[in-house]
Ligand binder design. Structure first.
Ligand code: KIV
Length: 274
């Protein structure tokens, strides 16, 4: 196998673009994308050198504690997107189009995505869909709006799919990914699909694939920030590798502070003004 090309320093010094994503795929350099919903995590992700920051509609679950992404609204995505875009200087920022705006026709999709672009400052929008949404992707791309597709497990369709489960219909997955790419998507997220299906799609479509629970053969990988750092309230999926235990760190810090206040050890002389 050809060794991956080294990371180009110039790509670190300026804003990532759709062209850089295509170049990364061509050079077989893995693309990294992580979610962020606020200023501190957007800034930390950017400083950590990721290629893309995704303001996902997963905000409804990991930040707002809802049991699906369906309740996320356009105004909420704009609120979080604008904050993250101010924090992120270098990475390519993508904001999710929330349910059901990609199903209400090309005009509604363009109006909604134009608001995302104008009011947040993001570089692209992501929308979940099957081949049935190809005309919407084509309409958005025709309007000059970069689009990232999202196929496989589509969390906005969780009730139709019967839960958060692996999607195994290889022919359907290939048709959905090809339709998104042919409609002009700049990349396609593949969520929770078998490794073989992700590898076949990655070989077949002309744009980068970014996997989550789709194995190692995609052009890039994406994770939800709260899963990656160990801050998620619920059990994380098996495809996540937790790189920190922030939940324990925060819980222990707050418990220590409460203990110190209760025994009148805080504030001490160092923390007392005047
Ligand atoms: O909303 C989100 O966080 C996502 C990722 C899981 C890809 O769509």
């Amino acid at each position: 196998m050809t060794p991956p090309a080294p990371r180009r320093e110039s790509a670190l010094a300026r804003r990532m673009t759709v062209k850089d994503l295509a170049t990364a795929r061509r050079d077989r350099r893995p693309i990294t994308m992580v979610t962020a919903y606020d200023w501190p995590t957007g800034r930390l992700a950017d400083e950590a050198g990721v290629d893309c920051v995704l303001v996902g509609d997963s905000v409804a679950m990991v930040v707002a504690g809802r049991d699906s992404t369906i309740p996320a609204t356009l105004d909420q995505m704009i609120y979080h997107g604008e904050i993250v875009c101010r924090a992120v200087k270098r990475a390519f920022v993508v904001v999710d189009l929330p349910f059901p705006l990609q199903h209400l026709g090309v005009r509604t999709a363009i109006e909604s995505c134009a608001r995302l672009l104008k009011e947040t400052g993001c570089q692209a929008v992501k929308l979940e869909g099957t081949a049935g949404q190809a005309d919407v992707i084509a309409g958005l791309v025709g309007a000059g709006i970069p689009v990232m597709g999202h196929v496989g497990l589509r969390p906005q369709a969780v009730h139709q799919l019967g839960g958060y489960r692996m999607q195994r219909d290889g022919e359907q997955l290939m048709a959905d990914a090809l339709a998104a790419a042919e409609a002009g998507a700049c990349a396609v997220v593949l969520e929770c699909i078998p490794r073989e299906a992700a590898a076949a799609i990655t070989a077949a479509i002309g744009v980068p694939t970014i996997g989550i629970g789709a194995g190692p053969d995609c052009d890039g990988q994406v994770l939800v920030m709260h899963d990656l750092v160990g801050l998620s309230a619920d059990r994380v999926p098996r495809f996540v590798r937790p790189y920190a235990d922030v939940k324990t760190t925060i819980g222990a810090a707050v418990a220590r502070w409460r203990h110190d206040v209760e025994r009148r050890d805080f504030p001490g002389p160092a923390e007392t003004l005047g």
